[in-house]
Design a binder for this molecule. Structure first.
Ligand SMILES: CC(=O)N[C@H]1[C@@H](OP(=O)(O)OP(=O)(O)OC[C@H]2O[C@@H](n3ccc(=O)[nH]c3=O)[C@H](O)[C@@H]2O)O[C@H](CO)[C@@H](O)[C@@H]1O
Ligand SMILES: C=C(OP(=O)(O)O)C(=O)O
Length: 440
């Protein structure tokens, strides 16, 4: 079913993306990916950027917004806080935070999207209060938010955790030096957003360096913030009195880009990803070259040519940026399943991110799991079967596996994929894949 797009609608109740949670994707494997694909705006950048609009006292326009379920959830979340949101049909959202009158993120929304925690920092910084449900664990790991809480406390927020909610209060936050215990992407973003309106200068050490953190910092600076050091492990944030309105364009999605490139590598194909940023994908491109792909890049494109060859198995260890991203681990697990040789994949970021391995085994993959390591011996062929998506990147990896498996593969629970991939079956069809969404 084609996602619906609502034009000029205001939240709450707005529908930016709507599809049946029961939808499945059917793939008939065997076609190499060939052609050009346009990359959408980055999910992990647009979600904090939308939350950051709460800090402004004038309307903000965000463009290159991807058409994703998580964007709808964020709009619902902001909408029920009183924020006015207007969509146009060109992937642009105008966010007017002036009418914000509730400072609450309910469990019902937070449980469907962990990134909802990103409203905590902006709410307490701008409105002096916030009540946000604890996200809880998820399929890929326990994912606590202790660093978010610690960082906000260091800035002077009083925080209680009661009845499953984080309740935060502050007069004006005060600049502080914060040393993160571990590298956390949304933790860095939450504390950075809060520090923007604090009195004085804040320093965040051991900050996440992901391109999406940089994109958020660039957006905030466009609105009048004074953040230095984005993209390094030390952020210096000089607090300002207010953020004004403005316009910001979200950066392209490096994980979506990487997913299509892996698909081309697995199928022996040749594709060009347009509106892609090669400099955000260094660790991934190195591994694709190691797998035997010819990769060339331009200012806004990446081309991968596998010249009909079978990929070679690669070893991978996930870690925070600039190392290999955990959000590309599942896709490379799928690649190793059909590669020549044995590949060892070690997941160091999330403790339970191999749920896809069992489903890949149903297609005939040879995978042995040992703690946080998967040892994958490439097989000559996999064969199609009904399989089940367990999380976002697992579902992408299962779709990729379906592209090479002989016969039909049906991927169930594709609502996971709709969280983070815009029209994936349409984009893959354009590249020559035989893939469609089954009506429910
Ligand atoms: C919306 C978004 O941007 N999501 C991304 C973000 O998730 P997210 O920001 O949730 O992931 P983190 O970077 O915070 O997690 C990294 C590790 O730190 C741990 N941790 C984190 C915070 C904390 O307070 N305490 C704690 O122990 C986590 O359990 C995990 O083991 O970064 C992940 C790691 O690149 C990506 O997989 C997600 O796609
Ligand atoms: C884990 C992911 O997202 P989230 O943090 O939103 O769950 C992801 O994008 O792969």
């Amino acid at each position: 079913m084609k996602p619906l797009r609502a034009v000029d609608a205001a939240a709450p109740g707005v529908t930016y993306f709507k599809d049946s949670p029961m939808a499945k994707i059917l793939i008939s494997g065997g076609e190499p990916l060939r052609g050009e694909v346009g990359i959408s705006g980055a999910k992990n950048a647009v979600l904090p950027i939308l939350a950051s609009c709460l800090l402004a006292d004038e309307p903000v326009t965000i463009s290159n917004v991807p058409h994703l379920h998580d964007v709808t959830t964020t709009m619902e979340l902001l909408g029920q806080m009183g924020v006015q949101l207007v969509l146009d049909d060109r992937m642009k959202i105008q966010v007017d935070p002036r009418s914000t009158n509730r400072y609450f993120a309910p469990y019902e929304l937070v449980k469907t999207m962990r990134a909802s925690i990103l409203v905590l920092g902006p709410l307490v910084a701008r409105f002096g209060q916030a009540e946000v449900s604890l996200p809880g664990g998820c399929q890929i790991g326990s994912r606590p938010v202790d660093q978010h809480i610690r960082g906000l406390q260091a800035l002077g927020a009083e925080i209680d955790v009661e009845n499953g909610y984080i309740k935060a209060r502050a007069k004006r936050l005060k600049g502080a030096r914060i040393m993160m215990d571990m590298v956390t992407v949304t933790g860095t973003e939450n504390v950075m957003m809060a520090a923007v309106l604090a009195d004085g200068t804040s320093i965040i050490e051991n900050a996440a360096q992901e391109p999406e953190v940089v994109d958020l910092a660039n957006c905030l600076n466009t609105l009048g913030a004074q953040i230095e050091g984005a993209g390094t492990s030390t952020l210096v944030i000089h607090g300002v009195e207010r953020l004004h309105g403005g316009h910001y364009e979200v950066l392209p999605d490096r994980i979506e880009t990487g997913t299509f490139l892996v698909g081309a590598a697995m199928t022996g194909g040749k594709i060009r990803a347009r509106n892609a940023r090669a400099n955000t994908l260094d660790a991934v491109l190195v591994k694709l070259e190691e797998a035997g792909a010819h990769v060339s890049t331009g200012p806004d494109w990446i081309e991968l040519d596998m010249q009909g060859r079978r990929p070679k198995a690669v070893n991978i260890t996930t870690a925070p940026y600039p190392a290999f991203p955990t959000d590309m681990q599942a896709q490379f697990t799928a690649l190793n399943c059909v590669a020549e040789g044995v590949g060892v994949i070690t997941e160091t970021v999330f403790e339970n991110r191999f749920m896809h391995a069992h489903e890949l085994q149903r297609l005939g993959a040879d995978i042995r799991l040992e703690g946080n390591t998967a040892i994958i011996r490439g097989v000559d062929k996999m064969s199609g079967a009904p399989i089940m998506a367990t999380d976002l990147r697992a579902s992408a990896c299962l779709v990729l596996a379906g592209l090479v498996a002989q016969g039909d593969t049906t991927v169930d629970r594709v609502y996971h994929i709709d969280r983070g991939y815009e029209n994936i079956e349409e984009k893959l069809s354009t590249l020559g894949a035989r893939i469609r969404r089954l009506p429910t």
